[in-house]
Design a protein around this ligand. Sequence first.
Ligand code: NAD
Length: 261
Amino acid sequence: MTLKSRNAIVTGSTSGIGLAIARAFAAKGANVVINGLGDADAIEKERASIAKDFGVTSLYSPANMMKPGEIENMVHEAEAKLGSVDLLINNAGIQFVSPIEDFPIDKWDAIISINLTAAFHTIRAAFPGMKKRKWGRIINTASAHSKVASPYKAAYVSAKHGLDGLTKTAALEGATFGITVNCVSPGYVWTPLVEHQIPDTMAARHMTKEEVISNVLLAAQPTKQFVTVDQVAALCVFLASDAAAQITGANISIDGGWTAE
Ligand code: NAD
């Protein structure tokens, strides 16, 4: 399977799952636009290593996923520089853990913007080109929390359930244009996002770090193992292949059995 001559945007790909997805697409020959926040030198190193390791064009967009104008520019700049956007991975996301009555309003707004609304803006900007070329693959990194809830994650669970709804709607609108739109829904993947929520969960649930890992995180996952970023990336590569052309509007779990319970 090759993705040569395909161009990809992966939002939130300076770290974690998104970086693994960007590298997996580049390994199959796709040119990639990486995006996200972080240290400029570290990001440039990642960008350059993707280009060097896989012999593809690799660009960086600093677009903030909370800013609709920057999101739209990212898509239009990618189309101008690469010729098209064929693969769009809406992966940027943040988390915040708190009881609803204490949930900071700015955190609610930021989570809904980055984890849900940004995907509406990227799809809005990328759809016309994909429809014209009659080919597109849109993959939204949702979560087990797009299917089930956990306490203290009101904004995240709401955003991810919303992303599932956006996925289904976009799938129906893209169906006759050769565009598939799907969610991948990981359980707990060991990335900075998970690592950083441990202190808040310790505080919210009055637990030690070890108790959070075994009683909260891996308690939900029957396999008792974290999902790896490479496993999520491999699923995205499959969804981008011709073999997956009839998979659209799906929300595919990769969660060690979490949502089977
Ligand atoms: P991460 O923190 O390693 O990466 C998040 C990425 O989003 C980073 O590149 C960050 O710079 C970027 N980002 C954050 N705010 C941004 C903004 N305003 N504008 C642009 N980029 C921004 O986290 P991760 O675990 O790799 O998460 C990636 C996605 O996977 C998220 O949508 C997350 O909800 C989802 N997810 C993660 C897990 C998990 O266990 N790690 C499980 C299910 C779903």
